[in-house]
Ligand binder design. Structure first.
Ligand SMILES: [Cu+2]
Length: 521
């Protein structure tokens, strides 16, 4: 039975009680509620070691420069590459972890393609056999060693060997993926990660994700073209007493060590010269929490959200990012000094994680660079007017929670869209090819959800029923007890794909639907 929103949700209790612990890192013992975030990365970096008893320590180089993932670039219209999914040992933030990876790295290699290219990947699943059989209930996490591949942000075929998240790539086998990127594809920051229902949350949390950059944006703006760029892939690192993630209980309840990472490093160092303009492609690859990203004493100038170019720069003291979202920002370094890039306080119905992400050191001779005066006012797509809309839908998001006092076990929670949990055998929305639809996504819960739909991006129309400036995204926060209204064109691709909450624990426990675009002609 659905509990009304007046009572404290499990997350409220956990995170609310954990807030002090996040800040003070006192390692409070005792009640269940206090365990959750007691080890969340405090700025002094000393948090949490006590809870990780049993995990081998590893040296933590606090002066390590931010590592750039290996780059694999297309040539002559194609990028053909291998991605091997396998366990690897990883020394991260003072722990020696054994995690599922792409190519032994966290994150995986950065794939760089151009509009019109073909992306060919041989995915070798070198993970060991699944110890468990398929569950009767598909909304329970399962078979963590089966995987597949999703191109998040890709406007590409969702079927066959393309961006097909219904494929199951079993351990011990190899699979070909072939994605034709349309010549008119938007250029920008996308990413890839597994999307196999049942194992995606565990694999993503392990660090199986990489940047997938469609090149060619902002070539008309010299200030951006000439700026050095860096991928910043954000994650929340968590693991069990063995330094691994082998059961879903490691992710829920949240009693295990956790801290924030950038490109698989804890508090790496980023160096800039005074006055230098740099482009950061920030990708939130974490699995369940928003991160409110800020750099001390600096402005973040957002030039694209979700890889979709903005008409104008948005100057921000902090950029609130949900799991799955990307923000391309221009940063101009200020006076010499040390500044923390960090996740600062945010309320998502419970306190979002806070703590250091990277140490930014501004030093050396100043350089003369400037921020662009304008981005040119171009939107990635023509605005969808109300007259263009051919159909409307409402999608309520809701959670069935255990009665108070809340249980600690993930099995007690059910996440739903349109009052139903995910069923891989059911199509939830049939959309005519060529349709232009307006959807109102309604969050009935007391904490935020994150709406993401594959294949086609959407235009924001309203937030909590109030109009907003047209803005294109593929992932958006749906505020608690609130709503987001979006419009989208379903023009180019038929076939089945999914929409889901990008808090992947919610997705894994049922908050996903299947959309089928069909050709009615
Ligand atoms: Cu959610």
């Amino acid at each position: 039975m659905k509990k009304e929103g007046t009572g404290p949700s499990r997350r409220n209790l956990l995170q609310g009680a954990g807030l002090g612990a996040i800040t003070l890192a006192t390692g409070l013992a005792g009640g269940f509620a206090l365990r959750a975030s007691a080890v969340n990365g405090a700025a002094d970096g000393h948090a949490g070691h006590g809870s990780a008893r049993g995990v081998p320590r590893a040296p933590w180089d606090r002066a390590a420069a931010l590592a750039e993932p290996q780059i694999r670039r297309s040539e002559n219209g194609a990028l053909a590459t291998e991605l091997r999914a396998a366990y690897a040992y990883k020394d991260l933030g003072g722990y020696r972890l054994s995690l599922r990876t792409y190519e032994g790295g966290i994150p995986g290699p950065t794939l760089r393609v151009k509009p019109g290219d073909t992306l060919r990947i041989r995915l070798i699943n070198d993970l060991p056999p699944n110890p468990d059989s398929m569950p009767d209930d598909m909304t329970l996490p399962h078979q963590f060693n089966s995987t597949n591949f999703h191109f998040h942000g890709g406007h590409v075929r969702p079927d066959a060997l393309s961006d097909n998240v219904f494929r199951v790539m079993a351990p011990g086998e190899s699979y070909d993926i072939e994605i034709a990127i349309p010549a008119d594809h938007t250029a920008g920051t996308c990413w890839y990660h597994p999307h196999k229902h049942g194992s995606v949350d565990v694999q993503l949390t392990s660090g199986m994700a990489g940047a997938l950059i469609v090149e060619g944006d902002f070539e008309d703006i010299p200030e951006i073209r000439d700026a050095r760029e860096q991928v910043l892939m954000l994650n929340e690192v968590l693991f069990d007493h063995r330094g691994a993630i082998e059961t879903y209980d490691t992710l829920w309840p949240e009693g295990v060590p956790r801290f924030l990472s950038v490109n698989g490093q804890r508090e790496p160092v980023i160096r800039l010269r005074p006055g230098e303009v740099r482009r950061w492609r920030i990708i939130h690859a974490g699995h369940e929490n928003n991160l409110n990203v800020a750099l001390q004493d600096h402005v973040l100038n957002v030039i694209a959200y979700d890889g979709l170019r903005r008409p104008d720069m948005a100057r921000a003291k902090a950029v609130l990012m949900a799991p799955g979202q990307r923000a391309d920002v221009l940063l101009q370094a200020g006076k010499p000094g040390t500044y923390w890039l960090q996740a600062i306080a945010n309320d998502q119905g419970y306190p979002s994680p806070t703590g250091p992400l990277a140490k930014v050191i501004v030093e050396g001779d100043p350089v003369e660079m400037t921020l662009p005066a304008t981005l040119g006012g171009k939107a990635p797509f023509a605005t969808i007017s109300a007259e263009e809309v051919t159909n409307r839908r409402e999608l309520p998001l809701s959670t069935i929670e255990p009665e108070f006092p809340p249980g600690a076990n993930y099995q007690e929670f059910t996440f739903q869209i349109c009052r139903q949990s995910f069923d891989p055998g059911r199509v939830d929305h049939r959309v005519k090819l060529g349709a232009v639809e307006e959807w109102k996504i309604i969050n009935e819960d007391t904490s935020d959800h994150v709406f993401h739909i594959h294949t086609n991006p959407f235009q924001l129309v309203a937030l909590n029923d109030g109009p907003v400036a047209p803005d294109w995204r593929d992932t958006v926060i749906v505020p608690r007890k609130g709503s987001v209204t979006i419009r989208s064109r379903f023009l180019d691709f038929t076939g089945r794909f999914v929409l889901h909450c990008h808090m992947m624990n919610h997705e894994e426990l049922g908050m996903m639907q299947i959309v089928e675009v069909f050709d009615a002609s």
